[in-house]
Design a protein. Sequence first.
Length: 394
Amino acid sequence: MPKLANDLSLTKNTRLNSLGPSKIRAFDEKASQIPGIIKLTIGEPDLNTPDHVKDAAIADIKANDSHYAPQAGKPELLEAISNYLDRSLDVKYDSKTEICVTVGATGALNDVFMSILNPGDKILVPTPVWALYFQLIKLTGAIPVQIDTSKDDFILTPEHLETVLQNEGKGAKAIILTDPSNPTGRVYPAATLKALAEVITKYHLFSVTDEIYGELVYDNNVHHSLSQYIPERNILISGLSKAYAMTGWRLGYIAAPADIMKTIQKVNAFLVTSVTDNVQAAAIDALNNGQADPLEARKIYEDRLEFMKTGLEKLGFEMSTPQGAFYIFAKIPDTFGTDDEAFANELATKAKVGVTPGRYFGKGGQGYVRMSYASSTEQLQEALKRIAKFVENI
Ligand code: PMP
């Protein structure tokens, strides 16, 4: 096995030095070693990709669609995304100039951060939040400024945003909003988004909305987008990973005004050339012929949420009402104070249930744990039983 030359070992990209591996993944890997553990740790749908979507990809491969695709995406897919956004959010994006197909929502985030952030730029990140944002932002040399939303039920208020913009976030260039939220499951009401849009405009910010869980909202909640209020400054990110159970296909997209989209498409082309042909064919089928699929997924997750939420509340767990995505962000029992790591460790080793410590999601997450209910109903039933037994004995 080759060993890196001594004279090269100190010349790696130094920006990476401060970036550890994902704590969420590391905790999950540790928990996975425990025999018989039920993992509620990872944001991965247990549902399968619909058959008609798989068939579309297979047909595409058989038809020898195996050459470079247009760099921003196949025209038919761009059209399907444009129609989908119009249908679901009533927002209008031109398929030729305002949309880009990406390698998952993660690829979209990378393209966007690289397109708008210079080293030293500040970008506001309401927390707790999906922690990969921090790493991707830091890779560009920009600075994530955390806004702890835990005092407001994990919803950023316009007043809080304005205060931050006059203090630690002064001069910020952008804000990223995850709605529905991973890890809290919270959903922004239209009125709050509208009020946030006014502050964002007043302070001349770009807004980036991560709407990867947009289809997964429950109990009469409706998903809205800043693109409905400030399309001239919003960059919308979404994809097929969650609602279509297609995490492994790696298909995401970005919609934004043509002026910034030109740059985004350029960056995307630099980084990936184009997204895999048969994955794009599958996505065309999912968006054009799979309108019932996200609704079905939504129903399944809604039932599971109801089951888990009711069960946990009966055991004394407190939480801000989860309204979307597939996570519950619950306060840990008082016995553990705010030591969510200790609680998660004990729950894993003693009760064999894996949950993720809240502190891994940034400021305001301490004292909470994230539980994913993207597991089968049987697994959730068993997990709840084990949690009940654990809680009785502390
Ligand atoms: N954004 C959020 C908020 C997520 O939770 C995830 C996945 N955990 C992603 C983006 C990544 O999505 P994708 O798999 O499409 O890259």
